[in-house]
Write a protein that binds this ligand. Structure first.
Ligand code: CTP
Ligand code: MN
Ligand code: MN
Ligand code: MN
Length: 372
């Protein structure tokens, strides 16, 4: 029987990424690559709705067990609107989308892409610079009326290195660096890899870790001490530390874009070539003997560990849909700190990610199945 024939019942695909097991194997890359350009372009133009629509469509196609070969195969899929179907049709017929091709050669898109590739530069700053007529890094760096904050200064300084992907081997090496520093300051503390590498990705833009202590309250001094230790080792190239503003009495916030309130730091570390199995993934760095890498550390209180781990494991689309599912389907509010049941007016405690899925009435999904 052919695909989509009435004789072959196809399991319905959920509207929520948290009900779709999505591995890294993407059979629809030619469509999702096109969608991602469109989503990004809408983001650059501050058009949240169409941006999200393309991100959702991307995520649905990523979850499919095979490639879409005709438009008919998409008819029962959720989250695909007219615009996305038009792009799919174009790609099916011509192998590419003209709208996407046009964007890729568009000056505004290209400039935003370049500027937002700098650590510390988001769409708002890119917009400001673009409107001033700036188009290149040298335009920015030679314009003395432009003030760069400390993060952006480091972003430009290390741009060559940190715009290059981090490999899984580099992530493993950083894990032992962080492990060493954490255990040096607090022997009982634990370190867990999270983010994209925890989902099994081969490459990432940074490496994310959660560190915590078994003793509630001890996490307060953990990151400042780890940062001091990294400084002492001479490998701290940049550090933005944000102390905890966590208030356990506060209700969770279902708005995904709201950042969590745990103590965290956004770092740039120096990684030695000799410490990475097979050498650095960055050719220039390999010649130099070291490279700069972006590392994020977050340190929740131990009783919030499961929520923090679930929130930081991602993917972003998986997290967005988890919160939307909790809100719309269960009347609960979920964020990186807590889960709150609005009907029962009570917080639901969890010591593992499995507990949270169970509270939400969701089948458990392994991190490698959360690549939505
Ligand atoms: N995150 C968060 N709060 C932040 C930063 C990140 O909750 N202030 C979460 C995001 O929701 C994401 C996860 O942490 O799910 C990892 O974020 P990030 O490192 O940006 O993305 P990755 O999925 O790790 O992908 P990449 O390989 O590009 O780093
Ligand atoms: Mn990451
Ligand atoms: Mn990160
Ligand atoms: Mn709302």
């Amino acid at each position: 029987p052919t695909e989509g024939s009435p004789l072959t019942p196809v399991a319905t695909v959920s509207r929520y990424a948290c009900q779709r097991r999505t591995t890294l194997e993407n059979h629809n890359k030619k469509f999702t690559d096109a969608f991602e350009v469109l989503a990004e372009s809408y983001e650059f133009n501050n058009m949240e709705r169409p941006c999200l629509a393309f991100r959702r469509a991307t995520s649905v196609l990523k979850s499919l067990p095979c490639a879409v070969r005709c438009l008919g195969a998409t008819q029962d899929l959720p989250c695909l609107g007219q615009h996305t179907k038009k792009v799919i049709e174009e790609v099916l017929q011509c192998g590419r989308s003209f709208e996407v091709e046009e964007l890729l050669s568009d000056e505004r898109y290209q400039t935003f892409k370049l500027f937002t590739s700098v650590f510390g530069v988001g769409p708002k700053t890119a917009e400001k610079w673009f409107c001033r007529g700036l188009r290149s890094f040298s335009d920015i760096l030679t314009d003395h009326s432009i003030h760069l904050n400390r993060m952006q200064q480091s972003g430009f300084l290390h741009h060559g290195d940190i715009s290059r992907a981090v490999s899984a081997a580099e992530a493993r090496s950083l894990r032992s660096v962080i492990d060493g520093a954490v255990h040096c300051v607090t022997p009982a503390a634990t370190v867990a890899l999270t983010g994209g590498f925890h989902r099994g990705k081969e490459f990432g833009h940074d490496v994310d870790f959660i560190v915590t202590t078994p003793e509630l309250g001890e996490e307060e001094s953990l990151l400042p001490n780890v940062i001091d230790e990294l400084k002492k080792q001479g490998i701290l190239l940049y550090c933005n530390y944000q102390a905890s503003t966590f208030d356990m009495r506060k209700l969770p916030n279902h708005h995904f874009e709201a950042m969590d309130n745990f103590a965290k730091c956004f770092l740039i570390l120096r990684l030695e070539s000799s410490q990475v199995e097979g050498g650095l993934h960055c050719a220039e760095g390999d010649i130099r003997g070291w490279r700069a890498v972006r590392v994020d550390l977050v340190s929740p209180p131990v009783d919030r560990y499961a929520f923090a781990l679930l929130g930081w494991t991602g993917s972003r689309q998986f997290e967005r849909d988890l919160r939307r599912f909790a809100q719309v389907e269960r009347g609960m509010i979920l964020d990186n700190h807590a889960l709150y049941d609005k009907k029962k007016k009570e917080f639901l405690a969890a010591s593992t990610e499995k507990d949270i899925f169970a509270h939400l009435g969701l089948e458990y999904m392994e991190p490698w199945q959360r690549n939505a």
